[in-house]
Ligand binder design. Structure first.
Ligand code: ASP
Length: 407
């Protein structure tokens, strides 16, 4: 595989993983192949906290003016909210048209326990770490972002006395990029080791009754990417959508196989900077924030699943209730952590908001991994599209020619 591009190698790993997964027993896949995937995930997790913290400190300190940082923050959050709401609407529309739950009676596993949604005030207050080291140790991304921005801005304000600290983080961030690059070399094997056990476990039989839900979520993800992101990168970012999707592809495959936006973050940063020409200032601000709060795939899935559950139980969702789903689906996706299965937990909040039986969560729990692969891929693509448009509007984008795409 020596001369192949990394993105091609990752794709080969994915395809081989699927093929091998179809033929080996689940126990074999779990014992012998899964550890390769776990090795990759551990390596990538190793780099997340130091990478995000150092690159964000450097980013915030080199933005130079706080106004620019505020402007970037405003644009990023506006883009995140609008695209997330559009995604739930696409999900609801497909749920209405495709009727994934019509004529289906599934055994309900009443053991599933939902989780209560926290109050919004608490969510906001929680962004402020009472102990920054604790935030770093526990990998609390929003708290890390909050503290790093403070450190970065204060470095600029303090001036020459803070120079050594700035150079330290500069060098430290470079080292983290290097480690990320090395870890990414393992990605093709990691993707293979992650996907094979999933395919081995979910034979086609498990998927059949819920095939329409899977179809709706995947179709929605493709529509959202092809229409919303293509338009945004083309119109606002002045970048060819083909260049965009090619450039972000390595991160997409990793998102697809790890089901974690947070875990994919190092790969997303690398793809966006190296393949799409987004400056480090923008990438290190927009992407960690996106991996934590921007989840269009998750919100789209909430829309599809709310209708699915309603249909299975023979209930109708009125227009008003569907609007409530737009709101709660958006909030649920913001609140979901960038880890596998987070969206499923948040689904309880959406179902509760319109009075649907929470047992409905159990209906889709069996295929959650398959749905998670699609929503995480879309989540990460959305973050990358935000990086492109924010960079373009801040004049921080060097649009690559197609031949430059290296990874
Ligand atoms: N796994 C998703 C992510 O990390 C979150 C979700 O479960 O929807 O982006």
């Amino acid at each position: 595989m020596g001369k192949m591009r990394l993105s091609t190698k990752i794709l080969v790993g994915l395809v081989l993983g699927v093929i091998v997964g179809l033929f080996v027993p689940t126990a074999f896949a779990n014992t012998f192949l899964k550890p390769i995937g776990t090795l990759f995930i551990r390596l990538i997790k190793m780099v997340i906290v130091p990478l995000v913290f150092s690159s964000l400190v450097v980013g915030a300190s080199s933005v130079g003016d706080v106004k620019k940082l505020g402007r970037m923050g405003g644009k990023t959050i506006a883009y995140y909210l609008i695209t997330t709401a559009i995604a739930v609407i696409i999900g609801l529309t497909l749920g209405n048209i495709l009727q994934p739950g019509a004529g289906l009676e599934l055994p309900v596993d009443a053991k599933y326990e939902g989780k209560e949604a926290p109050a919004i005030v608490d969510v906001l207050l929680n962004v402020i770490p009472t102990n920054p080291l604790d935030a770093l140790v526990n990998g609390n991304m929003l708290q890390i972002i909050f503290f790093a921005i403070f450190v970065g801005i204060s470095i600029t304000v303090v001036g020459s006395k803070a120079e050594p600290v700035k150079s330290f983080f500069d060098g430290f961030a470079e080292i983290m990029y290097k480690i990320t690059g090395l870890v990414m070399e393992v990605a093709p094997y990691g993707v293979f080791g992650l996907i094979a056990p999933v395919v081995a476990q979910y034979g086609l039989d498990v998927l059949a009754p819920l095939a329409m839900v899977i179809f709706a979520v995947y179709l929605g993800a493709i529509i959202h990417g092809a229409v919303v992101y293509s338009t945004a990168v083309k119109v606002i970012g002045k970048m060819s959508p083909i260049t965009f999707f090619k450039g972000i592809f390595p991160a997409q495959v990793i998102a697809f196989s790890t089901c974690s936006s947070a875990g994919t973050l190092p790969a997303t940063i690398q793809s966006v900077e190296e393949n799409l020409g987004v400056s480090n200032d923008v990438a290190s601000f927009v992407l960690p924030l996106g991996a934590t709060i921007n989840m269009d795939g998750t919100s789209l899935y909430q829309g599809v699943c709310a209708l699915f559950v309603a249909q299975v139980y023979g209930l109708d969702l009125s227009m008003g209730q569907q609007l409530t789903v737009v709101l709660t689906g958006t909030l649920a996706s913001i609140g979901a952590a960038g880890v596998p299965g987070a969206g499923l937990i948040m689904l309880t909040m959406v179902l509760a908001s319109v009075g649907l039986p929470l047992d409905g969560v159990a209906l889709v729990a069996g295929i959650d991994r398959i749905l998670d692969m699609a929503r995480t891929t879309l989540n990460v693509t959305g973050d990358a599209s935000a990086a492109v448009i924010v960079a373009a509007t801040e004049n921080d984008l060097t649009i690559p020619s197609d031949s430059n795409i290296s990874a």
